[in-house]
Design a protein around this ligand. Structure first.
Ligand code: AKG
Length: 389
């Protein structure tokens, strides 16, 4: 990581926010013209509506309004807040702010990542396959800002009961099926926490790293990510996307930033503003990023992705997965089992809702009920089996 404190040349929080005001307004104006937001709609067969699919494939992202109802949103907020409160007090600590053992000390990998306030930890580094080649503006934090702030929280299906149930949400899984086919498989999950005046940036990047030079390359080959927004996400704290870039192959980000006079305010980018309970999908090949949160608003985004099975099978570990891992049939089955257990966890809780039928586990539902045994076998440390490409 490269989360060094800002220098004396860095803007203050107020200067950063003011310097972006015009860009934000222009982005919001462009976003309104795109026609890729609204409630989720399905066709007469219960499949994702073709008009939504067409808009997604054209723009590379879609904003679904009001997918998560108020009761579920409250549960997700409560569980995410619990996870935040139970984080270690800093990156080296073992206890939370109240002196309790931090959550996740017994996980194979600690589920928290910390950074310096308002920093860009990945920009201009080799981490995550070097996919963030330029660094964002890192404004100066306030004098009284903490040393370390939370950036990412992982393993939501293990850390949050409501997170496991969300992973089995029938509408979200129907969207995943519409994009990646009925035999779709999981990627990973991470919760981005952008605290007001403290949250760091995520430098401009494209997510995928495996298939850029593949003879079968196409606009859907690296899958997509959901983001479930727990709070309103604004032009001051949200994710930004350059529409249509998922179709163009690997972007020369260094050149794009250089052509923009070195500024990280890339032309044509649009903000994915949302209300709490809205859900976005972003193609993992789209050029996207987010700025340091110099706004007064918190953003918490539950982020989890899905792939086409064919994109993953036989590939090797990438991004935060060990390069020596191979995505065999067995590995794909074991990671996909999290979906099957999540569907059952949701069915037990939301008894009036029709559960999603996950084709790869047809006939195997009884082996994937949520029990102590399946928890240990499937959910515990499931992120070690992530399928990153
Ligand atoms: O939500 C953010 O700020 C960044 C998300 C992102 O870059 C990603 O999911 O790849």
């Amino acid at each position: 990581m490269n989360d060094q404190p800002a220098t004396s040349a860095s803007p203050t929080r107020a200067e950063h926010a003011a310097g972006m005001a015009e860009y934000r307004a222009e982005g919001a104006r462009l976003a309104k013209q795109l026609g890729n937001r609204g409630p989720v709609r399905f066709d007469e067969n219960g499949k994702l509506h073709p008009d939504i699919l067409a808009a997604y494939w054209e723009k590379g992202f879609y904003v679904f309004e009001g997918v998560i109802d108020a009761a579920e949103l409250e549960e997700l907020r409560a569980d995410a807040n619990n996870m935040i409160e139970r984080a270690p007090v800093n990156r080296d600590a073992k206890v939370d702010a109240q002196g309790r053992p931090a959550l996740g000390l017994d996980f194979a990998t600690l589920p928290y990542t910390f950074i310096k306030p308002l920093s860009d930890p990945w920009g201009g580094t080799d981490v995550l396959g070097g996919r963030h080649p330029t660094q964002m503006t890192q404004p100066k934090a306030a004098e009284d800002a903490p040393e370390d702030v939370l950036y990412l929280m992982r393993s939501m299906c293990q850390s949050m009961d409501s997170g496991l149930r969300l992973y089995g949400h029938p509408q979200l899984l129907t969207i995943a099926e519409g994009i990646n086919g009925a035999d779709f498989v999981p990627f990973n999950d991470a919760i981005f926490v952008k605290q007001p005046g403290l949250g760091g940036s995520v430098s401009w990047h494209q997510d995928g790293v495996t298939h850029w030079d593949s003879p079968d390359w196409n606009e859907g080959i690296h899958g997509f990510n959901f983001q479930v927004q727990l709070y309103p996400s604004t032009t001051g704290n949200c994710l930004w996307v350059v529409p249509g870039t998922h179709k163009d192959g690997r972007a020369d980000i260094k050149q794009i930033v250089a052509d923009n006079g070195g500024s990280d305010m890339l032309p044509g980018a649009v903000p994915l503003t949302c209300q709490g309970g809205d859900v976005t999908i972003v193609n993992r090949q789209a050029l996207h990023g987010s700025f340091a949160n110099t706004s007064p608003d918190l953003r918490v985004s539950l982020t989890f992705g899905f792939h086409r099975r064919a994109s993953v099978l036989g590939q090797s570990g990438a991004l935060s997965v060990r390069a020596e891992d191979v995505y065999s049939e067995q590995r794909v089955f074991e990671r996909s089992a999290v979906i099957a257990v999540a569907i059952n966890a949701r069915k037990n809780y939301h008894t009036g809702e029709a559960p999603y039928h996950y084709q790869p586990f047809a006939g195997l539902e009884d082996d994937h009920r949520l029990t102590d045994e399946t928890y240990d076998r499937v959910i515990r440390d499931y992120s070690l089996k992530d399928l990153a490409i």
